[in-house]
Design a protein. Sequence first.
Length: 581
Amino acid sequence: MVQVASEGLVGLNNGGDTVTVFDESLTQVVSVTYGSEGGNNESLVRDPDLTGVTFVGHSAAAGSNGALFSPGTQVDGSPFGGDSLSVSVDPSSFLESAGASAATGTVTRTGDLTASLTVTLSSSDLTELTVPATVEIPAGAASADFDIDAVDDADQDADQSVQITASGPNLFTGSATVTVSDDEAPIPTIEIAAVPTVLSENGGSSAVTVTISDASPSGYTFDVGVDDSSEASAPATVSIPPNATSVVFTVTGVDDALSDGFQTVTVTVSDPEAIILERNLTITVTDDEAPELPTIVINEIRTDDVGVDDDEYVELYSAEADFDLTDIWLIVLGDFGVADTSGNVERAYSLNGSSATGNYFVIGSDNMLLATPDYPAGTNIFENGDSLTFLLVSGFTGAAGVDLDVDNDGTLDSTPWVSLLDAVSLVEPGDAPGTVGFGYAESLGFTNVLSANGFVPAYVFRNPNGTGDLIAGPFGDDVTPAIDSPGAENSGGGIDPPGPVNLELVGFTMDGSSGSLTVTGLGADIYVVESSTDLGQADAWAPLGNPASEVDNPDGSVSFNFVDPEAVGETKIFYRVAEAP
């Protein structure tokens, strides 16, 4: 057999399929083509069976009795070889109250008719219909009739299908299916619905409506169950009044002292007689205690790197190994690159269902090269060149695209979260608002990391790891390599970043021909470079302007370059490095 499909995979439900049958000499016996797909889902068969020239849908063939398939048998279900019995019933459906002789069955035999034949009959469900134990087909006759008696019961069991089977010695069995219709009213059904589906454990409630398909003169009573009585309560039973079709009952939150977050309870309404099918629904109960959250901090951030920003990431850290991130979100506020807007939720990453392996968890670009992210967040995930605020929160109810600072005044108008665990802002140089966005972390009690070189910090890290302040690190280039270590201790990048110690001057050089000064130092205190022509006697010491450039050195020191136009010429000028007031 060769099958050709017009399109897609080979199958008998594709429009335009052709099935060709060949004999052993490869001579074509028959070829059949399905038309357009019609969803008939039945076989094709010769009509008449075996001898027909044309093929038709099985249900339309003579003798099929509407059947869709007859694999391994003739169209009417009888075997291709050997003598057999077949059964027909008239009518093929009747009420259970029809009583005796509700229908007439006929059993027919094939083969030798010279002797009488005793046929054994059986019913597959004696609670719906009965048949005689046997029926005799007389000698010379091909068939015999028998009575089918309906059995009336008090069950609301809807329509039932019953199979009548005929069997005899050395004969293939035959059968027929009969439908016995119920004369009792159908079993009613119930539906339940809750408004609202979320309630607080502290005085919250939900109205649950039970609706039944058919009213009763005597009404109905149902059992009510709540699978977690420590979270919600409901009445033990609820009754639909006589001739009514609905009733409302109340589910109430149960206040406890546990910090257990959101809990889901299942409310079930069931029939005590187990006749009407039960229904259930779920309700969420919110907690009113502050969540017990692990101490998690933002430990390291990279928002920009050389090239195509493959290695953007945020590293989380906790001293508690394998920490759970249930209900934790990483939120990124920015301006979408639009001038005079700030506080927009650019990214909202739900970490719910995640947990750390060890003490670190990395949210990063799908194509990170530095490490494999625990939470792949896409590509080009952070904006470059603008102020960004990273928030680690629990219970976030906002969404990406929402503006949390509508009036752009640097203060968040809304804080759609339950708890704020940590925050850091990478702040663009300049005065916000305008083309410069705000950093919000400082106003929330956390850290704003400012620019020291005219650019938004592209890399920040905690120093010491996990507990220290977030400070700016090197961008990473041929002169000053990057010290990123996502998923590992920050000092593991090969360079121990400077600790928060007093300033130590490493170098202080001056080029008189260009007015260029270079100050190199270690530490984290703030100092200024001042100048005077007479060591401050008549010409007071005055600070120079901002440095023209900054270079992070491989040994952890930082070099600042200043340019003083007054230094070019014959005038003697003195310079000093002084601690900022």
